[in-house]
Ligand binder design. Structure first.
Ligand code: SF4
Ligand code: SF4
Length: 383
């Protein structure tokens, strides 16, 4: 099998804790697109302090992962230079009812939007892409913390059933969850595929999915009464424990990569991840890995016309027409993409990987989704 498609978790190696690498001072970059900053340049912030929130109260609050000084604020980013060892006061948790619990989690930095009351809850522990296997460490070492998270979700959501989706051959368990072994081949670890494998249905309304890292973050938030500041990020063969917002340039350097012109650095994996345009970009709370695609060996994506070969249609696991969606998106006809079920695309990237003309098919699809949601495109962090 092409190694790009194997989701078999690697054997566990040592964890590299960024905070123990003798760095004099870390600069973190936090994404805040659509958020309201709660600090200004020059402010001192504590580790785990809330620094931005969603004015509409839907997105998880953003917390600083270091104690330090705010060095820059743009519409989309906050930069903080580490200094001192101040830690924020514990969070107040409202555990009296389901609404209060979920709102407390959201305020603690957890994305609660995928969660649904009374639905089947699936914990997805399958690597999203080849090599993004940090779940293994969490589920084997921190099962107790994950169970704390699960107990909270059981109280808040009253799920009608709980399932653990794991790669075939692994002996992972989570008390209270029925295990479902899934063939570890891409794109089987993406949520839409996991839901189909566990329930036998496509996009059923009464199912919700979170990944194992999110369940860990829920348990850790409750356990420590503070927003989780450190996450597991896989870069090449190195698994890092690193603060949210750590710049990708530091991680790829510490993992032993030298970056040359036209190499691509991608948050998560090369098939479904998103390339960054600057090494100052920080990892987000849900980032599972950073990938480097060297310029030379990989075919360059080109802005070439669709030749209508149909390869992307044959390969699409959502059974939609990426060729037609990309053709309309390419010329700004975003509304037309709705006629081709763009919402059913779960962004696996296989259409782009197999495209005969090497078109940026997934990128066109993401552009159309962004335009249809009227969300702004990110500003340039380098300015
Ligand atoms: S990214 Fe492409 S192949 Fe994957 S689901 Fe979307 S349209 Fe289909
Ligand atoms: S694979 Fe590429 S060239 Fe072929 S139909 Fe799809 S978008 Fe067009």
């Amino acid at each position: 099998m092409n190694s790009l498609f194997s989701l078999v978790p690697a054997e566990r190696g040592p964890i590299v804790n960024i905070r123990e690498q003798g760095l004099s001072s870390l600069e973190i970059t936090l994404s805040i697109t659509g958020y309201r900053p709660l600090v200004k340049t020059g402010d001192s912030v504590s580790k785990a302090q809330k620094v931005a929130n969603d004015p509409e109260g839907k997105m998880p609050s953003v917390h600083s992962s270091v104690s330090g000084i705010v060095t820059d604020i743009k519409n989309d980013f906050i930069s903080i230079r580490e200094k001192g060892e101040r830690v924020a006061d514990p969070l107040e948790f409202d555990m009296r009812n389901a609404g209060g619990m979920l709102e407390s989690l959201r305020d603690g930095g957890i994305n609660i939007r995928p969660l649904k009351q009374g639905a089947t809850l699936i914990i997805n522990a399958i690597p999203k892409e080849a090599g993004l296997d940090g779940h293994r460490f969490l589920i084997e070492e921190f099962n107790d913390i994950m169970l704390e998270g699960l107990a909270c979700l059981n109280n808040a959501l009253s799920p009608k059933a709980c399932a653990l989706a794991l790669p075939k051959g692994m002996d992972w368990t989570l008390s209270g969850c029925v295990g479902h072994e899934i063939d570890p081949v891409y794109p089987n670890g993406l949520n839409a595929m996991v839901v189909k494998a566990v329930t036998g249905k496509e996009m059923p309304p009464d199912v919700c999915v979170i990944n194992a890292a999110t369940l860990y973050r829920i348990g850790r938030t409750l356990h420590g009464r503070r927003a989780v500041t450190d996450i597991m990020v896989k870069v090449g063969s190195t698994l890092f424990l690193t603060p949210v917002g750590t710049q990708v340039g530091l991680l790829v350097k510490m993992a032993g990569f030298g970056i040359s012109n036209h190499d691509r650095v991608i948050l998560d994996g090369p098939l479904s991840g998103e390339a960054v345009y600057t090494l100052r970009h920080g990892v987000g709370p849900e980032t599972q890995g950073v990938s480097v695609v060297a310029a030379g060996p990989e075919p360059t994506i080109m802005d070439s016309p669709c030749v209508g070969c149909g390869e992307c249609v044959i390969r699409c696991p959502a059974r939609i027409q990426p060729n037609m969606i990309s053709r309309h998106a390419e010329f700004g006809l975003f509304e037309n993409t709705l006629n081709y079920s763009i919402a059913a695309c779960f962004e696996c990237g296989l259409c782009t990987y197999w495209c005969t003309a090497q078109r940026p098919v997934l990128q066109y699809i993401r552009l159309a989704k962004k335009e249809l949601s009227k969300k702004p495109i990110l500003e340039d962090l380098r300015k």
